[in-house]
Write a protein that binds this ligand. Structure first.
Ligand code: 5GP
Ligand code: MN
Ligand code: MN
Length: 342
């Protein structure tokens, strides 16, 4: 049952601002564009904003031209001219994840609705709908559409299925349950093209990424069932890979001998302070979200991340032992619970 306050707040809003997270993935873009299509069906004209431009594999998504980046003159103008009476935040576990698309001193007086599926969500909104049982925020937007009487069809279905496909790695993650498949079926019945979405977002990758994997894989380390590697700015340049989306942590966790994977990616130094983006994955039964949260980030038990200040070497030397320690503790706990239930 959906919170009636959430539904009436959305229904009564005249001018809405919808925002998703920095470095947007398919679920961020899909839930944001999907929310746009849903609200337009309710005869509203929301502003859709992101801090960062979405990666090129999502350029084809319907409504992409309506997305504004926070830096764009159109967004600056909208913020100056429109007193938003509701802000909706999608697929972000904490306020900082909206980056500069959300300015508390400008938007803080409007009610903030949070719609998210991260276990690390900090409940930072006025209305918080957090469902960790959903595999994607797009799944939640599908339930929202149904509660508001909006059919799951056309562009809305296309955008929502994209987020479901990307967050579940095409229905391969362990949280792909009957409800996920039921929503996906409805979206396909509504006209979403599963084969095309999969082809565009999962089956293809730029050659520069394969070159990067070629540079990075020879230096992968595996110790205490934690598999990890580093990616430097010079490797990104040598490979000609512009995006910092490397999909390497998902690749590394496929190793049979590992329970946890980590990729440490050197951030471009804009302000002279070295920092590293960390991406973690875990096999079913292991949890990397708590470590990411401890380090100032967040995510899900099997997939999480954070940004830590320091050089690549410093951050890896600090974080890998934390992962090994957590993995050992979780393995012992798992064995105990298996014995207890035997
Ligand atoms: P990825 O490894 O694909 O970048 O991110 C995996 C998951 O971790 C995603 O659900 C993403 O939302 C979350 N995540 C990644 N980096 C951060 C971060 O810096 N802060 C928070 N709160 N979550 C993050
Ligand atoms: Mn996301
Ligand atoms: Mn998500």
């Amino acid at each position: 049952m959906l919170d009636p306050t959430l539904l009436t707040t959305l229904q009564e809003a005249q001018s809405l601002l919808c925002i998703s997270h920095v470095n947007p993935d398919g679920d961020a873009v899909g839930s944001l564009l999907g929310m746009g299509w849903l609200l337009r069906r309710l005869h509203k004209d929301p502003v859709l904003a992101l801090q960062d431009v979405p990666p090129p594999e999502f350029a084809w998504m319907p409504g992409m031209e309506t997305l504004l980046t926070a830096q764009s003159p159109a967004y600056q103008q909208a913020v100056r001219e429109t007193p938003f009476d509701v802000v909706v935040c999608l697929d972000a576990s904490s306020q900082d994840r909206m980056g500069n698309a959300y300015n508390p001193s400008v938007h803080g007086s409007a009610p903030l609705i949070v719609i998210d599926h991260h276990v690390t969500n900090t409940y930072f909104g006025h209305i918080n709908w957090v469902d960790t049982g959903c595999a994607a925020t797009c799944q939640m937007v599908a339930y929202l559409a149904q509660a508001l009487g909006v059919p799951l069809e056309g562009e809305l279905a296309e955008c929502l299925l994209t987020g479901l496909v990307t967050d579940t790695l095409c229905f391969r993650t362990s949280n792909t349950d009957e409800r996920v498949l039921a929503v996906a079926t409805q979206l396909v019945q509504g006209g979403a093209n599963l084969a095309q979405i999969t082809e565009r977002t999962i089956n293809r990758r730029p050659f520069s990424l394969l070159r990067l994997w070629g540079l990075v894989l020879p230096r992968v380390r595996l110790e205490d069932r934690v598999i990890w590697t580093t990616v430097s700015q010079s490797q990104l340049q040598e490979a000609g890979h512009r995006s910092h989306d490397t999909h390497l942590s998902s690749l590394l966790i496929t190793a049979d001998e590992a329970d946890i994977s980590a990729v440490f990616l050197e951030k471009a130094m804009d302000d002279g302070v070295p920092a590293v983006e960390c991406s973690f994955r875990a096999k079913p039964g292991f949890d990397v979200s708590r470590i990411a949260l401890q380090l100032g980030g967040g995510g899900h038990p099997p997939a999480s991340g954070c940004t830590v200040s320091g050089t690549l070497e410093e951050v890896a030397a600090r974080v890998v032992p934390l992962l090994q320690e957590a993995r050992r503790a979780q393995a012992i706990h798992r064995e105990q619970s298996i014995r207890d239930t035997a």
